[in-house]
Design a protein around this ligand. Structure first.
Ligand code: PHE
Length: 341
C-alpha cells in the first residue's frame, strides 16, 4: 500500500504538471481526489490494515493528499496567470495609433450668410417671422395691391395649384408682410427668410426656386431715409465699409415710392462681365415705403403710421459674399465645392 501511494503521488504530480488548461487540471483532480478517484479508493481499503500499520499509512495518505492539493492550487494559479497574460496581450491598446477621422458636416454657404443677416437684423431689434411656401393668391397678390389681371399674376410666371388660381407656390416672401400686419400691431420690425418659386429658366443667376429675406418696419415717422440707412447698414456689415450700393427708382404694386438696390459687381468691380451681364452692377433687392392701401387693408392707421419693406435675394447675397459666379453651384450639392466654406 505504501508503494501504491508512492505511485499515486508520482503519477498525479506529473499529470498536474502536464495539465494545459483549467479543464484538464479539473479532470486530474477528479481522477485522483474525486469520489471514485484513485487516492480515494486506496483510503477506502484502510480498514483492511493492521492496527499498527493504519496510523502510519493514514499519515502517509494524508501527506499524499495535501501534496496533490497543493500542486493543483499552484498549477491553477499558474494557469490563470498565463490566461490573463494572454488576454492582456491580445487586447493590447495602442494609444499611439492615429484616430479614425470623423466626418462632420458644415454649414451651407447660404446658411452662413443667412445666419449673418439674421444676426445683423436681430441686433437692430428685429424678430424673425415665417410664412407658408404654399400660399393663397390673396396673400401673395391681392392684399399686396396686385389685383386680378396684373401681369405678375400670369400663369407663365407663377406655379398655381388650382384651376381658379387661388392657391400657389409663393413667388415672393412679401405675403409674410400681410400675415404679420394682420396679427401684430405697430411698432413692427421683422425679417422673414424663406423659399420662393417662379417659372424661371436655370442660368448663372436664375433658378425656379430661390430664397428671399423679407424685411418690414411699421412705426411712427418711418421714412425712406430709414430704409436707405438700414439697407446700407446691411450691405456694409456683410461686405465691409467700402461696399458700394446704388438705389434706382422702380415700381412695385405694394410700395410707393419703390426702388431697386444694386451692388457693384464682385466679379468685374463695375467693368461689366458675364456675371453682371455687362452692367457692372447686380440687382439684389426690391424695396419701398409700404403702400397706404396695403397698410389700411391690414387695419393700420396711415395718419399715424408709415413703414418700409424690402425683399433681398439670398443667393445673390451669398454669391457676392464668397465670390461665387454661378448660382447653380449653390444647388448642385457637390461636396468638393461646399466643403470650402
Ligand atoms: N417682393 C419683391 C420681389 O420679389 C421685392 C420687394 C419686397 C419689393 C418688399 C418691395 C418691398 O421682387
Amino acid at each position: 500500500m505504501r508503494k501504491l501511494l508512492g505511485e499515486i503521488k508520482a503519477s498525479s504530480l506529473s499529470a498536474i504538471e502536464e495539465a494545459a488548461d483549467p479543464g484538464a487540471l479539473e479532470a486530474v483532480r477528479v481522477a485522483y481526489l474525486g469520489k471514485k478517484g484513485s487516492l480515494t479508493s486506496v483510503l477506502k481499503q484502510m480498514g483492511k490494515l493492521s492496527a499498527e500499520e493504519r496510523p502510519v499509512i493514514g499519515q502517509l495518505a494524508n501527506e499524499v493528499r495535501s501534496a496533490i492539493e497543493d500542486a493543483i492550487a499552484e498549477k491553477a494559479s499558474q494557469l490563470s496567470e498565463a490566461l490573463l497574460e494572454l488576454k492582456l496581450k491580445s487586447e493590447k491598446l495602442d494609444v499611439t495609433i492615429p484616430g479614425k477621422p470623423v466626418n462632420t458636416g458644415k454649414k451651407h454657404p447660404m446658411s452662413i450668410v443667412l445666419d449673418e443677416v439674421v444676426d445683423i437684423f436681430t441686433g437692430m431689434g428685429y424678430s424673425v417671422a415665417e410664412g407658408p411656401e404654399v400660399e393663397f393668391a390673396d396673400y401673395n397678390f391681392t392684399k399686396l395691391n396686385t389685383s386680378a389681371g396684373h401681369p405678375a399674376r400670369e400663369w407663365q410666371d407663377t406655379f398655381y395649384f388650382t384651376e381658379d388660381s387661388s392657391v400657389l407656390l409663393r413667388t415672393q416672401t412679401s405675403p409674410v408682410q400681410i400675415r404679420v400686419m394682420e396679427t401684430q400691431r405697430p411698432p413692427i420690425r421683422v425679417i422673414s427668410p424663406g423659399r420662393v418659386y417662379r417659372k424661371d429658366e436655370v442660368d448663372a443667376t436664375h433658378s425656379p426656386m430661390f430664397h428671399q429675406v423679407e424685411g418690414l418696419v411699421v412705426d411712427k415717422g418711418i421714412t425712406m431715409g430709414d430704409l436707405k440707412g438700414t439697407l446700407n447698414t446691411l450691405v456694409k456689415r456683410l461686405y465691409g465699409p467700402d461696399a458700394q450700393t446704388r438705389f434706382r427708382p422702380h415700381h412695385f404694386p405694394f410700395t410707393e415710392p419703390s426702388c431697386e438696390v444694386d451692388f457693384q459687381c464682385f466679379e468685374c468691380r463695375g467693368q461689366g462681365c458675364r456675371v453682371c451681364k455687362g452692367e457692372g452692377w447686380i440687382e439684389i433687392l426690391g424695396a419701398g415705403m409700404v403702400h397706404p392701401k396695403v397698410l389700411e387693408g391690414c387695419g393700420i392707421d396711415t395718419d399715424v403710421y408709415s413703414g418700409f419693406a424690402f425683399g433681398v435675394g439670398l443667393e445673390r447675397l451669398t454669391m457676392r459674399r464668397f465670390n461665387i459666379s454661378d448660382m447653380r453651384l449653390l444647388f448642385e450639392n457637390d461636396m468638393r465645392f461646399l466643403g470650402q466654406f
